[in-house]
Design a protein around this ligand. Structure first.
Ligand SMILES: Cc1cc2nc3c(=O)[nH]c(=O)nc-3n(C[C@H](O)[C@H](O)[C@H](O)COP(=O)(O)OP(=O)(O)OC[C@H]3O[C@@H](n4cnc5c(N)ncnc54)[C@H](O)[C@@H]3O)c2cc1C
Length: 463
């Protein structure tokens, strides 16, 4: 075999599995194959001047490369089982939390020391939410910030590069099981490498690839869900009593009209709204910097509604993509609308946005989100904005900006055992690509967990 372990994907899942393998067994021959570029070569061409919006690069520098989808993220590591994935269903709640704390320690020792850990426990905000039929989920949140997150990734790469072989800009197109055990991976340039164990950590951007590979290897996948909604941007002072104390608050609301659950997601105090390109479809996201000189006057967060589909429909991501495509068709990308315009049933235009007291941080196309987002979902979002207005007055102001659409795609859930191993023994699937995790902390923890299982197995194998 060329390697003891091949890791496909250098996102948080892949990085932390490589890191832990080196801690447990530094002599192991480990290779990481990554479709995107090394960290310092990752550059989104949008510069706000020559290139103002997404030009749909073949490999998206925001989603791919060392650090994965998380590299330019806000670096919020949520230590909780209440959201961010269902890793605990496989490895138990206690162990899942321990691994997330372990990941936090590694981040701190690689440049994250001094960053703040927020907690929702026993806060007055929790009570205020309950009084208004809103539910604040429990979590500790380490906020690295986009800048420190980058430094941590740089340091992790420097710690790994002498022990682990990295292949950048190298797409793996196929994974095959070898007769007699082990795996062979084939690159787009038709080179083959063999290994005893293979860890697949291809994230959300690798969801279609994952489905195909599972089909070829006879591994079952389960249909999953998609979250659809908008990104809300408002003056930072409106949410400052929440963000100063909690940084990120995950609040859930059950709508009166349809009893759907709407939730806040990815809160970025003093942050910026950004484009995200998934498989050529432009959606919206957000992040913020730890460095105060890069702070804006706005806070942004998503409001999302989960859609679960039952038989015969299986393509939940396709549904989300179609809605995003509709916004791309009407707006050439992301659409922005003032809340006041949405309520009055009229589109926002350039003049109304220019006169708004909230200055948009993303150059999106003014338009009408009611032509894009299904009524049931949009009604739920509007109800939640009025509910949030009770705990953060000003949320339902006319000038609050809504960007659409924000879509959170989930991968098909891959059938895995409690080792996160597939029915093809020796093939492990971790991180967001497995459908089990949806966050930095859970994806990283799943990487550590699998690395330990493999190291145990290899170290106890009779010679
Ligand atoms: C803008 C943005 C902000 C975010 N902010 C946060 C946040 O603050 N907190 C949080 O918890 N989560 C956040 N997330 C989500 C978080 O980034 C992901 O949950 C996390 O990165 C998942 O890690 P992963 O290793 O499973 O996958 P990824 O990070 O997606 O990494 C997968 C890697 O595999 C590579 N790959 C895919 N297919 C192949 C192939 N065939 N061959 C070789 N390589 C391949 C990809 O190029 C990619 O680099 C954010 C995401 C985005 C896009």
């Amino acid at each position: 075999m060329d390697y003891d372990v091949i890791i496909v994907g250098a996102g948080p899942g892949g990085i932390f599995s490589a890191y832990e393998l080196m801690q447990k067994s530094p002599d192991l021959r480990v290779a990481v194959f990554e479709l995107g570029a090394p960290l310092e070569r990752r550059k989104c061409p949008i510069d706000g001047k020559k290139v103002k919006s997404c030009i749909k690069c073949k490999t998206c520098s925001i989603m791919s490369g060392f650090g994965g989808a998380g590299a330019f993220s806000d670096g919020k590591y949520n230590i909780t089982n209440q959201f961010g994935g269902t890793l605990y269903e496989y490895i138990g709640k206690q162990q899942a939390l321990e691994l997330m704390r372990y990941v936090d320690d590694i981040n701190l020792s690689h440049g994250g020391a001094g960053t703040k850990l927020y907690s929702t426990a026993n806060t007055a905000i929790k009570k205020k939410c309950c009084e208004n039929d809103l539910h604040l989920l429990d979590a500790q949140v380490r906020h690295l910030g986009t800048d420190i997150n980058y430094i941590v990734l740089e340091n992790l790469y420097n710690a790994l590069k002498s022990q682990v072989t990295f292949f950048f800009r190298t797409e793996i197109v196929n994974v095959e099981q070898l007769d007699g055990g082990g795996f062979s991976v084939t690159t787009a340039a038709e080179e083959q490498y063999t290994c005893t164990n293979c860890i697949v950590s291809v994230g959300r951007s690798g969801s279609k690839w994952m489905e195909r590979v599972c089909g070829q290897l006879g591994i079952r996948t389960l249909s999953n869900r998609v979250d659809i909604g908008v990104r809300v941007e408002l003056p930072a002072v409106v949410f400052s009593h929440l963000t100063d104390e909690l940084y990120e608050s995950k609040i859930v609301y059950r709508t009166k009209q349809f009893e759907d659950l709407v939730r806040t997601f990815c809160m970025n105090p003093h942050g910026v709204v950004v484009n995200e390109n998934t498989n050529g479809i432009v959606t919206v996201n957000g992040h913020s910097y730890e460095d105060e000189s890069l702070h804006t006057d706005n806070t942004n967060f998503a409001l999302l509604v989960s859609k679960h589909f039952s038989e015969p429909f299986r393509d939940s991501n396709g549904y989300g993509e179609s809605i995003a495509r509709l916004s791309n068709m009407l707006g050439g990308g992301v659409i922005v609308q003032r809340f006041g315009d949405l309520i009055r049933g009229r589109r926002s235009n350039a003049q109304r946005i220019a006169e708004s007291y909230v200055v948009p941080t993303l150059a999106a196309t003014p338009g009408d989100l009611s032509l894009v987002i299904p009524k049931r979902i949009l009604d739920g979002i509007i109800e939640m904005i009025y509910a949030l207005d009770k705990i953060a007055p000003g949320t339902a102001n006319d000038d609050t900006l809504l960007y659409g659409v924000e879509v959170k795609f989930y991968n098909m859930e891959v059938e895995l055992d409690t080792n996160l191993e597939t029915t093809a023994k020796g093939l492990y699937v971790i991180g967001d690509g497995s459908g089990v995790t949806h966050s930095l902390s859970h994806a990283s923890a799943s990487g550590v967990y699998v690395a330990r299982r493999i190291a145990e197995k290899l170290l106890t194998k009779p010679q």
